[in-house]
Write a protein that binds this ligand. Structure first.
Ligand code: KG4
Ligand code: ZN
Length: 334
């Protein structure tokens, strides 16, 4: 069964065809990063307009690269929540038009369910249950994946999401958007123990908090500036990266140990090498295996939406032509 997946929740216009939820036939992505970088982050209005320009060519590219015609597709899956509302609406409306014109079923997909399903595209034998850490620019969730379409949030970032914290810290250090890869780049030449950063521990042991960490970095930079001292940016980036990745990896391993399940690392922040290494070590210390999404599929893409859409389709999920988009929606609601 071929599913066409369409994603436009943030700054990537993406489409892909996936066979049987597991095999990626194509993966077309039009990234807005070079434009959004000029503004230091995603400007929602610009994101929406660029999706409008890119969506047709991107969907055509996904079909062409898969060697398929719209007629060969069995269902159209689209991200409908959560995300930037104007951006989501472009994908949703496009998918509705396509479903209407072709008579194909329309399947709504929750963006974080998509990030989790990205793991099925390389781990072809992996099945739920497992514990997923979905860490992106908008969310950091520790999720019990009970089944392909059944999810329970065990913990979350109580303030800033992990990727958001990377982006804000990068900005404070004068680095371009998106901050995650930039922080890693300069952290490689830093001394991670030169600066002491806080280790916030919210009441729920599976929650994380990044806002105090981010503020501590900003305060250190400001204090240095007032004293006319040059901040060692590489070491500060390294201290932040170590603390942030420790917090995420520890909680994931903790949850895997508690539930006796393997772990899955997904979402944009899962591209971080230190996080991948630490989560692997910490999960194996608990006697649990870790599965990590392929680096190329950690960021937003259409393949993850098609993979999740396949399982939603099998569960009977369908949307009518009145499908709407939602800026926030819990993963357990669908
Ligand atoms: O999943 P994603 O592409 O979009 C959202 O759904 O938000 O995630 C983007 C986020 C950005 O905040 C970016 O800085 C972060 O993922 N990111 C990273 C790395 N690569 C991307 N964070 C840390 N380390 C990285 N290597
Ligand atoms: Zn995402």
């Amino acid at each position: 069964m071929y599913i066409l997946g369409i994603e436009s929740s943030c700054d990537e216009t993406a489409a892909s065809v996936v066979k049987d939820g597991r095999f990626m036939m194509s993966n077309a992505v039009a990234s807005q990063i070079p434009v959004q970088r000029l503004y230091g982050g995603v400007v929602p209005e610009i994101a929406s307009r660029m999706h409008v320009e890119n969506i047709c060519p991107v969907v055509n590219e996904a079909l062409d690269n898969a060697g398929l015609k719209l007629d060969d597709i069995d269902a159209i899956a689209v991200t409908y929540a959560p995300g930037l509302i104007g951006a989501l609406l472009v994908g949703v409306n496009f998918a509705k038009g396509l479903a209407y014109a072709s008579g194909k079923p329309l399947v709504p997909v929750h963006h974080i369910r998509g990030h989790i399903a990205a793991v099925y595209l390389t781990e072809h034998e992996l099945e739920p249950p497992f514990i997923a850490l979905a860490a992106s620019g908008g969310h950091s969730h520790f999720i019990l994946v009970e089944d392909y379409t059944k999810f329970r949030v065990l913990g979350r970032a109580v303030d800033d999401a992990a990727g958001e914290a990377f982006d804000k810290v990068a900005r404070a250090l004068g680095l371009p958007y998106p901050g995650g890869p930039e922080i890693s780049k300069i952290a490689a030449n830093g001394d991670p123990i030169k600066y002491q950063l806080p280790d916030p521990r919210p009441d729920n042991p599976l929650d994380v908090s990044f806002s105090g960490l981010k503020t501590a970095v900003v305060n250190l930079i400001n204090t240095d500036r007032m004293k006319a001292v040059e901040t060692d940016k590489a070491s500060l980036a390294a201290a932040f990266e170590e603390r942030a990745t420790d917090m995420l990896a520890e909680r994931l391993a903790e949850a895997c140990g508690e539930f006796g399940l393997p772990g899955v690392l997904c979402g944009g922040v899962a591209a971080n090498s230190r996080l991948r290494e630490k989560a692997d070590v910490m999960c194996s210390e608990k006697g649990k295996k870790l599965f990590v999404v392929d680096r190329k599929l950690c960021g937003d893409n259409g393949a993850m939406i098609a993979a999740a859409g396949y399982y939603e389709y099998l569960s009977g999920r369908r949307a009518g032509l009145d499908l709407n988009a939602y800026p926030t929606r819990d993963i357990s609601e669908g």
